[in-house]
Write a protein that binds this ligand. Structure first.
Ligand code: IPM
Ligand code: MG
Length: 335
């Protein structure tokens, strides 16, 4: 896709490839080899494929494919995860919700990605004096971590519908009491943005009840992981959702929100659109190549207009296509 965009717009892109996750474990014995990390550091931006599979499920926890993903996020300081959930009008029938509830849906979830319970210490599984084992994790956010993700979210809201909903569990968790306080403290600097707060359980309910009430949602690592999967289903399929993970300077890693879908691996059934739309986000956010990004997005729209669908978004009256056909169709629509 990026090569097709490069050709059409003369972007002057150059590419290098490196392994992460399961493939890296097979080749180098670790999920994030040093060569991969240094290639990622050298690149202006990174397009990432999904990382896991049952083949590596038995491996020791610290060496599992997911660790590679978490490690590259942490090593590159990619704290701001942007997950847009946009309903293409052509896919209204593929959504798990009624078309009248989701039509026009355009939500941006801003998920904090390098802190919270995902990275908090202490963590582990230990044996108590009475011999019973217990698992434990730590949900921790510093003021500065909350402030920097809050700023990203306010800035994003400012460029869109100017409404920001901060999602927390401040009725139970102290870490999110502080989260709410810091979000409030930022609000006066963004008088054009309307800030609201919602508990995460209610947010999950509101997402499936009346999702269009949301413009930008900002939340911590774990809640963002869960809510972005729920939001995905509103758009018809998680196979439609791209994401960007940005550092302080706008350098980014771009990946589909979906995982490796091992149950359909190698069968040509996967929806390539989330990966293609991730490439579009890469051009827009890290390359300042907005024109090329918009052209890719509109090529995706044209292919959906033509009635082509992978299995996950296939509904009555549309034509079933495999992964390659779908990808080639988008490239052709771009050219
Ligand atoms: C995601 C994924 C990852 C996460 C997993 C694979 C570690 O679910 O990117 O949403 O939990 O962040
Ligand atoms: Mg997830």
């Amino acid at each position: 896709m990026l090569r097709a965009a490069d050709q059409r717009f003369g972007l002057g892109l150059s590419f290098s490839e490196a392994l992460i996750g399961g493939a890296a474990i097979d080749a180098h014995g670790v999920p994030l080899p040093e060569v991969t990390l240094s290639a990622a550091r050298e690149a202006d931006s990174i397009l990432l494929g999904a990382v896991g599979g049952p083949r590596w499920d038995g491996i020791e926890r610290s060496l599992r494919p997911e660790r590679g993903l978490l490690a590259i996020r942490a090593a590159l300081g990619l704290f701001a995860n942007l997950r847009p959930a946009i309903l293409y009008p052509q896919l209204a029938a593929a959504s798990a919700l009624k078309p009248e509830v989701v039509s026009g849906l355009d939500i941006l979830i801003v998920r904090e990605l390098t802190g919270g319970i995902y990275f908090g210490e202490p963590r582990g599984i230990r044996t108590r004096p009475d011999g019973e084992r217990e698992g434990f994790n730590t949900d921790v956010y510093s003021e500065s971590e909350i402030r920097r993700i809050g700023r990203v979210a306010f800035e994003a809201a400012r460029k869109r519908g100017k409404r920001l909903c901060s999602v927390d569990k401040a009725n139970v968790l102290e870490v999110t009491v502080l989260w709410r306080e810091i979000m409030e403290s930022l609000a006066p600097s963004y008088p054009d943005v309307e800030l609201s707060h919602m508990y995460v359980d209610n947010a999950a309910m509101q997402l499936v009840r009346a999702p269009r009430q949301f413009d930008v949602v900002v939340t911590g690592n774990l809640f963002g992981d869960i809510l972005s999967d729920a939001a995905a289903m509103l758009t018809g399929s998680i196979g439609m959702l791209p994401s960007a993970s940005l550092d302080e300077h706008g350098k980014g890693l771009y990946e589909p929100v979906h995982g490796s879908a091992p149950d359909i691996a190698g069968q040509g059934k996967a929806n390539p659109l989330a990966a293609i739309l991730s490439a579009a986000m890469l051009l827009r956010y890290s390359g300042s190549m907005g024109e090329a990004a918009a052209a890719i997005e509109s090529a995706v729209g044209k292919v959906l207009d033509s009635g082509l669908r992978t299995g996950d978004i296939h509904t009555a009256g549309t034509r079933l296509a495999d992964t390659t056909t779908m990808g080639e169709a988008v490239c052709a629509a771009l050219a």
